[in-house]
Design a protein around this ligand. Structure first.
Ligand code: ADP
Length: 379
């Protein structure tokens, strides 16, 4: 299996169902040989996008290109793509070998060629011992691999995966995910993978495309999407526990909210500060020593704010410390297992400002990291 991988390009693609716009004016380029993951909450339009590429549905507007060829009018079977669905849809009365070769038989591929490709796919997927079994005699993971193998024997230029792991239990899900990544490394074929699970997306994708409400919000490497989220939606969707946020409004030339006063970028009157749980450092503090002030560093007890501890989740490798602040917000901090804090404690919390984010009134991330300023009147 050694065909040249094909790139996929969507230009201004839109799909409407009556009143519902499932996909809006969407541009996306998937490079030849790339493993791209489409991720977003349920109903955001991911499957619709995949079906548009496969040719199972037609766009209301826009163009679909595969391998440098416009395919809007090309039948699904002639698009050089193979789709692996959520439900395995295996033929129960056929053996594994029969299922693997079915698509090729329908196409009239010569028998020796079918046998060669089936053997190759079975070897690649560890199914060689199971070729004479029926689907009913296989585990869920094995059935999933047969479904994968059925796409593989077609030797497509592009693989499309529609939430193929969502039926599997947690352990099998991880293993199958690794197998797909390994298969991608081995075959070098373009793969487009749909999931609603952001952890799966970040761990599998070379790049991820984050969608919501039919719109593409950001395309980037997992690192880019996590560290430089384009907007509040991406910041909130990617990462668990979700990014902490607090609303800020312009006050005396600063962006103020809760205990914070930050430098206001020009023209920004309202903003949201976003800080990931791992970018907060929690320290124990002596009881009842007054309010913390933003930017109050170097005064013995450093920290950007004080808060009370509501709850501590001990997860073994880390703790999640739930706080009753800053201000009206309730933030969560990640802390090392060695930190000793209990519900009811007052703690001092420092923010890693250079890794934090400011989102403007339209939700878009400001390029510059937030910068704390002295409070008006505090010197
Ligand atoms: P996802 O895969 O992200 O869960 P879908 O692409 O399946 O989302 O659906 C996107 C939106 O389009 C949803 O609001 C869904 O209800 C709607 N939709 C999808 N298919 C159809 C259809 N055949 N008819 C009407 N609405 C549809």
């Amino acid at each position: 299996m050694s065909r040249a991988p094909q790139g996929v390009e969507l230009r201004g693609v839109e799909k409407r169902y009556g009143e519902v716009t499932a996909v809006r004016a969407l541009d996306l380029e998937v490079r030849p040989g790339e493993l791209m993951v489409l991720v977003g909450p349920s109903g955001c339009g991911k499957s619709t996008l995949l079906r548009l590429i496969a040719g199972l549905i037609e766009p209301t507007a826009g163009e679909v290109w595969i391998g440098g060829r416009r395919v809007d009018d090309v039948e699904p079977g002639a698009r050089d793509v193979a789709m692996v669905f959520q439900s395995y849809a295996l033929y129960p009365h056929m053996t594994v070998a029969g299922n693997l070769g079915f698509g090729l038989r329908v196409r009239g591929t010569p028998r020796t060629e079918i046998e060669r490709r089936v053997a190759e796919a079975a070897a690649a997927l560890g199914l060689a011992e199971l070729l004479s079994r029926k689907p009913g005699e296989l585990s869920g993971g094995q059935r999933q691999r047969v479904a994968l193998g059925r796409a593989m024997v077609r030797d497509p230029g592009v693989f499309l995966f529609d939430e193929p792991l969502s039926h599997l239990d947690a352990e099998l899900r991880l293993r199958t995910r690794d197998e797909i990544a390994a298969l991608h490394r081995r075959l070098g074929t373009t793969m487009i993978f749909v999931t609603h699970d952001q952890v799966e997306a970040l761990s599998l994708g070379q790049r991820v495309a984050v969608m919501d409400q039919g719109r593409l919000h950001q395309v980037g490497t997992p690192d880019e999407v996590y560290r430089r989220p384009a907007n509040l939606f991406v910041a909130g969707f990617v990462g668990s526990p979700p990014i902490n946020r607090i609303a800020l409004a312009r006050d005396a030339g600063r962006l103020a909210g809760g205990p914070f006063a930050l430098r206001a970028p020009s023209g920004v009157d309202r903003a949201t500060l976003g800080v990931r749980p791992e970018d907060l450092a929690v320290a124990r503090t002596s009881e009842g020593d007054g309010e913390a002030r933003a930017g109050d560093r170097g005064s013995g007890e450093a920290g950007d704010f004080r808060a009370g501890v509501l709850r501590v989740e001990a997860l073994g490798s880390e703790q999640r410390v739930h706080l009753d602040g800053p201000g009206d917000a309730a933030w969560v901090a990640r802390a090392a297992p060695a930190l000793r804090v209990d519900p009811g404690d007052r703690v001092s919390v420092s923010v890693a400002w250079d890794r934090s984010h400011l989102f403007g009134p339209d939700g878009r991330r400001e390029e510059a990291a937030p910068r704390p300023m002295p409070r008006p009147g505090s010197g």
